[in-house]
Design a protein around this ligand. Structure first.
Ligand code: TLP
Length: 344
Protein backbone atom coordinates (compact mmCIF):
# COMPACT_ATOMS: atom_id res chain seq x y z
CA UNK A 1 0.00 0.00 0.00
CA UNK A 2 1.16 3.52 -0.75
CA UNK A 3 2.04 5.41 2.43
CA UNK A 4 2.28 9.21 2.51
CA UNK A 5 3.96 10.18 5.76
CA UNK A 6 3.04 13.71 6.82
CA UNK A 7 3.80 13.30 10.53
CA UNK A 8 6.91 15.47 10.32
CA UNK A 9 9.60 16.76 7.98
CA UNK A 10 11.98 14.88 10.28
CA UNK A 11 10.88 11.79 8.29
CA UNK A 12 13.00 12.87 5.32
CA UNK A 13 15.69 10.43 4.23
CA UNK A 14 19.02 11.45 2.67
CA UNK A 15 19.08 12.06 -1.08
CA UNK A 16 21.42 9.96 -3.22
CA UNK A 17 23.74 12.98 -3.54
CA UNK A 18 23.90 13.05 0.26
CA UNK A 19 24.62 9.32 0.56
CA UNK A 20 27.43 9.67 -1.97
CA UNK A 21 28.88 12.71 -0.24
CA UNK A 22 28.75 10.87 3.11
CA UNK A 23 30.52 7.82 1.69
CA UNK A 24 33.26 9.96 0.21
CA UNK A 25 33.62 12.52 3.02
CA UNK A 26 37.11 13.51 4.07
CA UNK A 27 37.16 13.31 7.87
CA UNK A 28 39.31 14.01 10.93
CA UNK A 29 38.83 14.45 14.67
CA UNK A 30 36.39 17.33 15.03
CA UNK A 31 37.08 17.75 18.76
CA UNK A 32 40.62 18.70 17.64
CA UNK A 33 39.01 20.97 15.01
CA UNK A 34 40.51 18.71 12.33
CA UNK A 35 37.50 17.46 10.40
CA UNK A 36 37.68 19.34 7.08
CA UNK A 37 34.09 18.50 6.15
CA UNK A 38 32.67 19.75 9.46
CA UNK A 39 34.82 22.86 9.14
CA UNK A 40 33.53 23.43 5.60
CA UNK A 41 29.89 23.02 6.70
CA UNK A 42 30.39 25.42 9.62
CA UNK A 43 32.00 28.03 7.37
CA UNK A 44 29.25 27.68 4.80
CA UNK A 45 26.48 27.95 7.43
CA UNK A 46 28.08 31.00 9.05
CA UNK A 47 28.32 32.70 5.65
CA UNK A 48 24.70 31.90 4.78
CA UNK A 49 23.54 33.36 8.12
CA UNK A 50 25.85 36.37 7.92
CA UNK A 51 27.57 35.39 11.20
CA UNK A 52 31.24 35.07 12.12
CA UNK A 53 31.21 31.41 13.06
CA UNK A 54 29.13 28.26 13.38
CA UNK A 55 28.99 24.95 15.24
CA UNK A 56 27.68 21.59 14.01
CA UNK A 57 25.55 19.88 16.67
CA UNK A 58 23.62 16.62 16.90
CA UNK A 59 20.08 18.00 16.90
CA UNK A 60 17.83 21.03 17.13
CA UNK A 61 17.42 20.40 20.83
CA UNK A 62 21.18 20.42 21.32
CA UNK A 63 21.49 23.56 19.19
CA UNK A 64 19.05 25.43 21.40
CA UNK A 65 20.54 24.11 24.63
CA UNK A 66 24.17 24.96 23.79
CA UNK A 67 23.00 28.41 22.69
CA UNK A 68 21.13 29.09 25.92
CA UNK A 69 24.04 27.75 27.98
CA UNK A 70 26.44 29.99 26.05
CA UNK A 71 24.27 33.11 26.57
CA UNK A 72 23.14 32.62 30.18
CA UNK A 73 24.50 31.68 33.57
CA UNK A 74 22.67 29.89 36.37
CA UNK A 75 19.71 31.82 37.76
CA UNK A 76 19.54 34.13 34.76
CA UNK A 77 16.29 34.56 32.91
CA UNK A 78 15.18 34.03 29.33
CA UNK A 79 12.02 35.47 27.83
CA UNK A 80 10.21 33.12 25.46
CA UNK A 81 6.78 32.11 24.24
CA UNK A 82 4.73 29.57 26.14
CA UNK A 83 4.44 27.64 22.84
CA UNK A 84 8.17 27.84 22.09
CA UNK A 85 9.61 24.43 21.26
CA UNK A 86 12.46 25.26 23.63
CA UNK A 87 9.96 25.68 26.47
CA UNK A 88 7.35 23.13 25.51
CA UNK A 89 9.20 20.17 24.01
CA UNK A 90 12.79 20.14 25.25
CA UNK A 91 12.32 18.67 28.73
CA UNK A 92 13.06 22.04 30.30
CA UNK A 93 16.70 21.32 29.40
CA UNK A 94 17.95 24.85 29.94
CA UNK A 95 16.57 24.78 33.51
CA UNK A 96 17.54 21.17 34.18
CA UNK A 97 21.07 21.47 32.85
CA UNK A 98 21.85 25.17 33.01
CA UNK A 99 19.77 26.50 35.90
CA UNK A 100 18.28 29.02 33.48
CA UNK A 101 14.96 30.52 34.53
CA UNK A 102 12.22 30.70 31.86
CA UNK A 103 9.83 33.66 31.77
CA UNK A 104 7.05 32.71 29.38
CA UNK A 105 4.82 35.12 27.47
CA UNK A 106 1.76 34.31 25.38
CA UNK A 107 2.56 33.58 21.74
CA UNK A 108 0.30 35.47 19.37
CA UNK A 109 -1.41 33.27 16.72
CA UNK A 110 1.41 34.12 14.31
CA UNK A 111 4.11 33.01 16.77
CA UNK A 112 5.15 36.54 17.72
CA UNK A 113 5.60 37.87 21.23
CA UNK A 114 4.02 41.29 21.72
CA UNK A 115 6.71 43.92 22.04
CA UNK A 116 4.91 45.46 25.03
CA UNK A 117 4.82 42.03 26.71
CA UNK A 118 8.55 41.66 26.17
CA UNK A 119 9.24 45.15 27.56
CA UNK A 120 7.02 44.40 30.53
CA UNK A 121 8.80 41.14 31.30
CA UNK A 122 12.33 42.58 31.42
CA UNK A 123 13.49 42.63 35.02
CA UNK A 124 14.58 45.74 36.83
CA UNK A 125 17.89 45.68 38.68
CA UNK A 126 16.61 44.46 42.03
CA UNK A 127 18.10 42.03 44.52
CA UNK A 128 14.90 39.97 44.45
CA UNK A 129 14.90 39.33 40.72
CA UNK A 130 16.78 37.08 38.37
CA UNK A 131 18.64 38.98 35.65
CA UNK A 132 17.06 38.96 32.19
CA UNK A 133 19.65 37.95 29.61
CA UNK A 134 18.01 36.65 26.48
CA UNK A 135 14.93 36.76 24.26
CA UNK A 136 14.22 33.46 22.49
CA UNK A 137 12.17 33.53 19.27
CA UNK A 138 11.16 30.69 16.97
CA UNK A 139 11.19 31.02 13.18
CA UNK A 140 9.19 29.43 11.66
CA UNK A 141 6.98 28.87 14.67
CA UNK A 142 6.09 25.20 14.89
CA UNK A 143 3.14 25.20 17.30
CA UNK A 144 1.79 28.42 15.77
CA UNK A 145 1.29 26.81 12.38
CA UNK A 146 4.68 27.31 10.76
CA UNK A 147 4.33 31.08 10.68
CA UNK A 148 7.46 32.93 9.54
CA UNK A 149 8.58 35.95 11.58
CA UNK A 150 9.51 38.73 9.17
CA UNK A 151 12.41 41.15 9.06
CA UNK A 152 10.35 44.09 10.38
CA UNK A 153 9.35 42.14 13.47
CA UNK A 154 12.92 40.98 13.97
CA UNK A 155 14.07 44.62 13.78
CA UNK A 156 11.47 45.68 16.32
CA UNK A 157 12.54 42.95 18.77
CA UNK A 158 16.17 43.84 18.07
CA UNK A 159 15.47 47.44 19.12
CA UNK A 160 13.95 46.29 22.41
CA UNK A 161 16.85 43.91 23.04
CA UNK A 162 19.50 46.56 22.37
CA UNK A 163 17.78 49.15 24.53
CA UNK A 164 17.89 46.73 27.46
CA UNK A 165 21.25 45.09 26.78
CA UNK A 166 19.67 41.71 25.99
CA UNK A 167 20.68 39.09 23.44
CA UNK A 168 18.40 37.31 20.97
CA UNK A 169 18.47 33.60 20.15
CA UNK A 170 16.38 32.26 17.30
CA UNK A 171 15.30 28.64 17.29
CA UNK A 172 15.41 28.40 13.53
CA UNK A 173 14.75 24.68 13.21
CA UNK A 174 12.94 25.68 9.99
CA UNK A 175 14.72 29.00 9.41
CA UNK A 176 15.20 28.38 5.70
CA UNK A 177 11.48 27.70 5.33
CA UNK A 178 10.95 31.19 6.75
CA UNK A 179 13.55 32.79 4.46
CA UNK A 180 12.10 31.09 1.37
CA UNK A 181 8.49 31.92 2.31
CA UNK A 182 9.37 35.58 2.91
CA UNK A 183 11.73 35.69 -0.06
CA UNK A 184 14.54 37.27 1.97
CA UNK A 185 18.15 36.09 2.28
CA UNK A 186 18.67 34.09 5.48
CA UNK A 187 21.41 36.52 6.55
CA UNK A 188 18.98 39.44 6.38
CA UNK A 189 16.40 37.59 8.46
CA UNK A 190 19.10 36.62 10.96
CA UNK A 191 20.66 40.09 11.19
CA UNK A 192 19.10 41.04 14.54
CA UNK A 193 19.83 37.68 16.17
CA UNK A 194 22.93 37.07 18.27
CA UNK A 195 22.52 33.37 17.61
CA UNK A 196 20.46 31.22 15.27
CA UNK A 197 20.21 27.46 15.26
CA UNK A 198 18.83 25.70 12.21
CA UNK A 199 18.15 22.04 11.46
CA UNK A 200 19.64 20.15 8.55
CA UNK A 201 17.53 17.12 9.35
CA UNK A 202 14.04 18.52 8.80
CA UNK A 203 12.92 20.03 5.49
CA UNK A 204 16.51 20.07 4.21
CA UNK A 205 16.48 16.25 4.33
CA UNK A 206 19.91 15.55 5.84
CA UNK A 207 19.82 12.50 8.12
CA UNK A 208 21.32 14.13 11.24
CA UNK A 209 22.33 17.48 12.61
CA UNK A 210 21.77 21.14 13.21
CA UNK A 211 24.03 24.17 13.06
CA UNK A 212 24.32 27.07 15.50
CA UNK A 213 25.59 30.39 14.12
CA UNK A 214 26.84 33.49 15.93
CA UNK A 215 29.94 35.50 16.84
CA UNK A 216 33.37 33.88 17.38
CA UNK A 217 33.08 34.42 21.15
CA UNK A 218 29.58 32.98 21.31
CA UNK A 219 30.54 29.93 19.24
CA UNK A 220 33.55 29.16 21.42
CA UNK A 221 31.25 29.16 24.48
CA UNK A 222 28.70 27.02 22.59
CA UNK A 223 31.53 24.62 21.66
CA UNK A 224 32.39 24.18 25.35
CA UNK A 225 28.70 23.59 26.11
CA UNK A 226 28.46 21.02 23.31
CA UNK A 227 31.44 19.15 24.79
CA UNK A 228 30.02 18.94 28.31
CA UNK A 229 26.78 17.58 26.83
CA UNK A 230 28.74 14.81 25.14
CA UNK A 231 28.31 16.33 21.72
CA UNK A 232 31.97 16.26 20.61
CA UNK A 233 31.43 13.95 17.65
CA UNK A 234 34.94 13.13 16.29
CA UNK A 235 34.75 12.10 12.58
CA UNK A 236 31.43 13.89 12.20
CA UNK A 237 32.33 14.82 8.62
CA UNK A 238 30.36 11.75 7.49
CA UNK A 239 27.27 13.59 8.75
CA UNK A 240 28.33 17.11 7.87
CA UNK A 241 28.83 16.00 4.24
CA UNK A 242 25.06 15.50 3.95
CA UNK A 243 24.55 18.92 5.55
CA UNK A 244 26.66 20.57 2.84
CA UNK A 245 24.50 18.97 0.15
CA UNK A 246 21.41 20.07 2.10
CA UNK A 247 22.52 23.71 2.09
CA UNK A 248 23.58 23.62 -1.55
CA UNK A 249 20.64 21.75 -3.04
CA UNK A 250 17.66 21.63 -0.72
CA UNK A 251 16.87 25.21 0.27
CA UNK A 252 15.17 26.68 -2.81
CA UNK A 253 12.92 23.65 -3.27
CA UNK A 254 11.25 24.32 0.11
CA UNK A 255 8.85 26.52 -1.89
CA UNK A 256 7.35 23.27 -3.30
CA UNK A 257 6.67 22.04 0.24
CA UNK A 258 4.91 25.30 1.02
CA UNK A 259 2.74 25.05 -2.10
CA UNK A 260 1.85 21.45 -1.22
CA UNK A 261 0.94 22.45 2.35
CA UNK A 262 -1.36 25.17 1.03
CA UNK A 263 -2.96 22.71 -1.40
CA UNK A 264 -3.52 20.21 1.42
CA UNK A 265 -5.09 22.92 3.59
CA UNK A 266 -7.38 24.07 0.77
CA UNK A 267 -8.56 20.51 0.20
CA UNK A 268 -9.12 19.81 3.89
CA UNK A 269 -11.06 23.06 4.31
CA UNK A 270 -13.77 21.60 2.03
CA UNK A 271 -14.39 18.57 4.22
CA UNK A 272 -17.24 18.30 6.74
CA UNK A 273 -16.22 18.82 10.35
CA UNK A 274 -12.77 20.17 9.47
CA UNK A 275 -11.80 23.69 10.40
CA UNK A 276 -8.75 25.30 8.89
CA UNK A 277 -8.02 28.63 7.25
CA UNK A 278 -5.78 27.87 4.26
CA UNK A 279 -4.72 31.51 3.96
CA UNK A 280 -2.86 31.07 7.25
CA UNK A 281 -0.58 28.41 5.77
CA UNK A 282 2.68 30.09 4.77
CA UNK A 283 5.22 27.29 5.05
CA UNK A 284 5.15 23.49 5.39
CA UNK A 285 3.14 22.95 8.59
CA UNK A 286 -0.62 22.41 8.55
CA UNK A 287 -2.67 22.19 11.73
CA UNK A 288 -6.38 21.58 11.50
CA UNK A 289 -9.20 20.95 13.92
CA UNK A 290 -11.78 18.23 13.50
CA UNK A 291 -15.13 18.13 15.26
CA UNK A 292 -17.28 15.11 14.40
CA UNK A 293 -19.99 13.29 16.25
CA UNK A 294 -19.17 9.97 14.54
CA UNK A 295 -15.43 9.72 15.35
CA UNK A 296 -12.75 11.06 17.63
CA UNK A 297 -9.58 12.62 16.29
CA UNK A 298 -7.66 9.51 17.37
CA UNK A 299 -10.06 7.31 15.40
CA UNK A 300 -9.75 9.57 12.37
CA UNK A 301 -5.94 9.50 12.52
CA UNK A 302 -6.05 5.69 12.81
CA UNK A 303 -8.36 5.39 9.80
CA UNK A 304 -6.21 7.78 7.76
CA UNK A 305 -3.16 5.74 8.76
CA UNK A 306 -4.82 2.44 7.84
CA UNK A 307 -5.33 3.90 4.38
CA UNK A 308 -1.80 5.20 3.91
CA UNK A 309 -2.20 8.84 4.99
CA UNK A 310 -0.11 9.40 8.09
CA UNK A 311 -0.62 12.48 10.27
CA UNK A 312 0.02 13.38 13.88
CA UNK A 313 -2.71 13.88 16.48
CA UNK A 314 -1.59 16.85 18.58
CA UNK A 315 -3.86 17.54 21.49
CA UNK A 316 -7.64 17.56 21.73
CA UNK A 317 -9.32 17.83 18.35
CA UNK A 318 -6.14 18.86 16.55
CA UNK A 319 -4.07 17.16 13.84
CA UNK A 320 -0.75 18.15 12.27
CA UNK A 321 0.48 17.41 8.76
CA UNK A 322 3.91 18.54 7.54
CA UNK A 323 5.02 18.51 3.90
CA UNK A 324 8.60 17.72 2.89
CA UNK A 325 10.97 16.45 0.22
CA UNK A 326 9.26 13.06 -0.22
CA UNK A 327 5.77 14.53 -0.60
CA UNK A 328 4.67 15.40 -4.13
CA UNK A 329 1.61 17.26 -5.33
CA UNK A 330 0.18 13.84 -6.38
CA UNK A 331 0.70 12.59 -2.83
CA UNK A 332 -1.43 15.48 -1.59
CA UNK A 333 -4.18 14.42 -4.03
CA UNK A 334 -3.89 10.89 -2.66
CA UNK A 335 -4.15 12.06 0.96
CA UNK A 336 -7.12 14.30 0.14
CA UNK A 337 -8.78 11.34 -1.59
CA UNK A 338 -8.29 9.16 1.49
CA UNK A 339 -9.54 11.91 3.80
CA UNK A 340 -12.58 12.57 1.60
CA UNK A 341 -13.57 8.88 1.66
CA UNK A 342 -13.47 8.85 5.46
CA UNK A 343 -14.99 12.26 6.12
CA UNK A 344 -17.57 12.72 3.36
N1 TLP B 1 10.29 19.34 16.30
C1 TLP B 1 9.74 18.02 16.07
C2 TLP B 1 9.07 17.52 17.35
O1 TLP B 1 9.92 17.66 18.42
C3 TLP B 1 7.79 18.20 17.66
C4 TLP B 1 8.75 18.08 14.94
O2 TLP B 1 8.41 17.01 14.43
O3 TLP B 1 8.33 19.18 14.55
N2 TLP B 1 12.79 23.53 17.38
C5 TLP B 1 11.67 23.33 16.68
C6 TLP B 1 10.87 24.51 16.25
C7 TLP B 1 11.28 22.03 16.32
O4 TLP B 1 10.15 21.87 15.65
C8 TLP B 1 12.07 20.93 16.72
C9 TLP B 1 11.67 19.52 16.40
C10 TLP B 1 13.23 21.19 17.46
C11 TLP B 1 13.57 22.50 17.76
C12 TLP B 1 14.12 20.08 17.96
O5 TLP B 1 14.81 19.45 16.96
P1 TLP B 1 15.40 17.97 17.18
O6 TLP B 1 14.22 17.06 17.04
O7 TLP B 1 16.39 17.83 16.08
O8 TLP B 1 16.02 17.92 18.51
Amino acid sequence: MKVVDLRSDTMTRPTSAMSQAMAEAEVGDDVFGEDPTVNALEKMAADRMGKEAALFVASGTMGNLVSLLAHCGRGEEIILGSFAHTFYFEQGGSAAVGGIHPRTLPNQPDGKLNLSDIEGAIRADNVHFPRTRLIVLENTHNLCGGYPLDTDYMKAVGDVARRHGLKIHVDGARFFNAAVALDVPAAQLAAEADSVSFCLSKGLAAPVGSVVCGSHDFISEARRARKILGGGMRQAGVLAAAGIVALNEMVDRLADDHANARKLAEGLAEMPGVSIDPTRIHTNIVYFEVKRKDMTVEELVKRLDDNGARMLPVGPGRIRAVTHYHISSDDIDYVLGVAAKILN
